[in-house]
Ligand binder design. Structure first.
Ligand code: AMP
Ligand code: MG
Length: 438
């Protein structure tokens, strides 16, 4: 192990080469650390004090270790319903960090360490392979906020600026985000294997995913059906948790759904201020396909695309049963979350009706989602990353002032602690727009 604490494995490269391409990140011109996640580094077993001043490794200018095998992963996806070949167009997986052993995990855990924005890859298609500072900081803020809210999510270890200008509508500061994920295996990875590979490729990917995320199923009977059911359960509870904090993912394409059950891809996502189930922030989601209220149904749609990709190993009946189970599990989990939010201590037959009446009333009165629930029970979060606060932090960062973002991050770490400044809804929350093309 290096003095930086890297303890990397490269298990994904044991899959057939069909699933990835070897890809060195492009060295940055002038890497500079913008923000470093000390706590996450420590959780990963990394030497935070050594790495915090080491922008090179997080910019792709230097590989973490001599034997490093960086790769870009292949995947496809249904984007707004349409099947497309995709892949890591601007991301490189450096390796998988094995965390130190703990009483609950004697072998530690494995986390993907991925650079996002580190230059073109075999999957870049028309894109430049780069990322701009603002959207990478936005992902950092929102992913860390979700984590603090107890919602499964990929996390952000560092953002460095690269010294390269990135051409968008105007020239922006280039940046690389280091993303940490239980894995980057997406529903779209299965869509890719099924569309372009053989049934043996699908099997290899499924076996790998089971080993990595559902090891209890490895020797189970009907393991593929049980795997699919387990993925359905994780998505069901994830989406219920999003709903419970007013989170709108915004681009729930199958390539943006991780089978681990973590939230992934923070392009157009945002938290709602005023409660309205039709809320959509994404500028390109003109039909409201990924509106707040549609998220559970889209989850089911995406899981059906996963079932199709698993077809050689899953009967139609098993697939249908699991998707039905997804719906039930989602509703049950949603009820659990909402009962807590409303301070309902006992279960009753009318709970769903009572909760929906409360929500309808909130909508009619144009109430703020977070503050209304906070007023009902002290078990609700007081602070979420409100859009105007996030924008304010990003604007200051763009001017070279990171203090606004650091203050925001500090508050978001403890979402249950009241902080009047950060609880204030925007004067006019209407018309907030987010963008995918980041
Ligand atoms: P996303 O909207 O982040 O889910 O990305 C969808 C696809 O576009 C993925 O295959 C990305 O790798 C790719 N992509 C996004 N931005 C870029 C870029 N600047 N250069 C190359 N590929 C990109
Ligand atoms: Mg994506």
């Amino acid at each position: 192990m290096s003095n930086e604490g890297w303890n990397l494995e490269y298990t994904y490269t044991q899959l057939p080469e069909f699933f990835y391409r070897r890809q060195r990140p492009e060295p940055a011109l002038a890497p500079k650390m913008v923000i470093f996640n000390h706590d996450l580094a420590a959780e990963l077993g990394l030497n935070a004090d050594v790495l915090r001043d080491n922008a090179e490794v997080f910019a792709g200018s230097r590989l973490p270790e001599a034997g490093c095998v960086p790769i870009s992963q292949a995947y496809a996806g249904y984007q707004f319903g349409h099947f497309t070949m995709l892949g890591d167009g601007r991301a490189v997986l450096l390796g998988e960090q094995r965390t130190p052993p703990s009483p609950t995990a004697p072998n530690g855990h494995l986390f993907d360490i991925q650079l996002k924005g580190s230059g073109p890859t075999a999957f870049s298609r028309g894109g430049d392979g780069y990322a701009a500072l603002g959207p990478m900081l936005r992902e950092y803020i929102i992913s860390e906020a979700l984590h603090a809210l107890g919602i499964p999510t990929t996390r952000s270890l560092a953002v460095v600026s690269t010294g390269r200008g990135v051409i968008r509508e105007r020239i922006l500061t280039g940046a690389v985000l280091t993303r940490v994920a239980a894995s980057h295996i997406r529903v779209g990875t299965f869509n890719y294997a099924a569309a372009f590979g053989s049934p043996e490729d699908v099997r290899a990917l499924t076996d790998y995913t089971i080993r990595r995320h559902f090891p209890d199923l490895e020797h189970a009977e009907n393991k593929y059906a049980r795997f699919f059911r387990a993925v359905c359960e994780r998505q069901a509870s994830l989406i219920a948790k999003w709903q419970s904090v007013g989170f709108i993912h915004g681009v729930m394409n199958t390539d943006n759904m991780a089978v681990s059950g973590e939230t992934i891809d923070f392009g157009p996502c945002a938290f709602m201020d005023t409660y309205d189930p039709d809320t959509v922030f994404s500028s390109i989601d003109t039909q409201g396909r990924y509106a707040y209220k549609n998220q559970p149904a889209i989850g089911a749609w995406n899981l059906s695309r996963l079932a199709e990709s698993l077809a050689p190993f899953l009967t139609m009946a098993q697939a249908k049963e699991a998707v039905a189970h997804y719906r039930e599990h989602h509703e049950a989990h949603w009820l659990v979350c909402m009962r807590i939010k409303l301070g309902m201590t006992r279960e009753g037959a009318d709970d769903k009706m009572i909760i929906n009446e409360f929500l309808d009333e909130m909508k009619r009165e144009g109430k703020d989602f977070t503050n209304t629930f906070r007023a009902v029970s002290k078990r609700n979060p007081a602070v979420i990353p409100r859009n105007h606060r996030v924008e304010e932090a990003l604007s200051a960062a763009d001017e070279g002032d990171l203090t606004v973002m650091r203050d925001l991050l500090e508050v978001l770490r403890k979402p249950y602690e009241e902080n009047a400044d950060y609880m204030q809804p925007p004067e006019c929350g209407c018309g907030y727009r987010t963008f995918c093309g980041t």
